[in-house]
Ligand binder design. Structure first.
Ligand SMILES: Nc1ncnc2c1ncn2[C@@H]1O[C@H](COP(=O)(O)OP(=O)(O)OP(=O)(O)O)[C@@H](O)[C@H]1O
Ligand SMILES: [Mg+2]
Length: 242
């Protein structure tokens, strides 16, 4: 049973440019306390997060901030920096809950089980109300701790038959459910199976500073088509997850 302080893990899985990061950016862009592992620099360049380029600077900044709001992006891509960032995220979250964004997990974690500070964050951080958003291109490349502990899994386009088969089997859904087109998605929970299917588009009428080509719009597919709104925990407000 969930209690109020339980955190959330969201795993977003799909091929390159399939739409994994867009919903995460939507969820975190207006959150007060966020720390992103940002190998491409997109959270700082697009969303205006404070760019931090060393672990020393990150530690100093989080110590200064304590429980205050800040959106921080660590511009790094190596395993050592990722592990250290997870350690900082764990401690910064103790001051007041944060969202931690972990992009491109396959480059920085092992497939067996979550280790080191990443393991501590995914196993113990939840008890302190952290929200973890993680992206990976293929289900085979992510540790079992993450998939087993995920509050829900956001599945985007998979490009090969092998990858589709792996994730369909892992989630216990029909192979035909796995998105094959860019910007299509489904969401899954271990209790309910598939909870939503949909597509993203970017209406040009909705340009903002952070979304100069158009702000993303999430629309459900199927009989009951509607525009979905993402909450700060990454869940669509209109969908029942439990
Ligand atoms: N503001 C926007 N306007 C129009 N299209 C956009 C916008 N933002 C993203 N896209 C489109 O959405 C696609 C998916 O973007 P996203 O960054 O979510 O992909 P991704 O799966 O995270 O890719 P990667 O593996 O490279 O990180 C992009 O290829 C781009 O075409
Ligand atoms: Mg991405």
């Amino acid at each position: 049973m969930q209690n109020r302080n339980d955190g959330t893990i969201v795993a977003s899985i799909g091929a390159s440019r399939s739409g994994k990061s867009v919903p995460i950016k939507r969820a975190v862009e207006s959150l007060p306390r966020v720390l992103a592992f940002d190998p491409k620099g997109e959270y700082s360049s697009q969303l205006g997060f404070e760019r931090i380029t060393s672990i020393e600077a990150l530690i100093k900044r989080c110590q200064e901030l304590g429980s205050k709001p800040a959106q921080l992006a660590l511009f790094a891509s190596d395993k050592k920096s990722f592990d250290a960032m997870c350690g900082v995220a764990y401690i910064w979250n103790m001051y007041a809950p944060i969202a931690a964004v972990c992009e491109e997990l396959a480059r920085v974690t092992s497939v067996s089980k979550a280790e080191g500070n990443w393991g501590r964050l995914t196993n113990q951080g939840l008890a302190y109300g952290i929200t973890i958003f993680a992206t990976v291109q293929r289900g085979q490349e992510v540790d079992k701790t993450l998939l087993n502990n995920a509050s829900f899994i956001h599945v985007c386009r998979h490009s090969t038959d092998d990858d589709c088969e792996y994730i369909a089997k892992k989630l216990g859904v029909d192979l035909s459910e796995i998105p094959r087109k860019k910007l299509e998605f489904l969401q899954w929970t271990s209790d309910l199976g598939i909870v939503s299917r949909g597509t993203i588009d970017f209406p040009v009428s909705k340009k903002t500073k952070k979304w100069p080509e158009g702000c993303p719009r999430f629309r459900s597919k199927g009989g009951n088509r509607r525009v979905l709104t993402i909450g700060s925990d990454g869940r669509f407000k209109q969908i029942k997850y439990t």
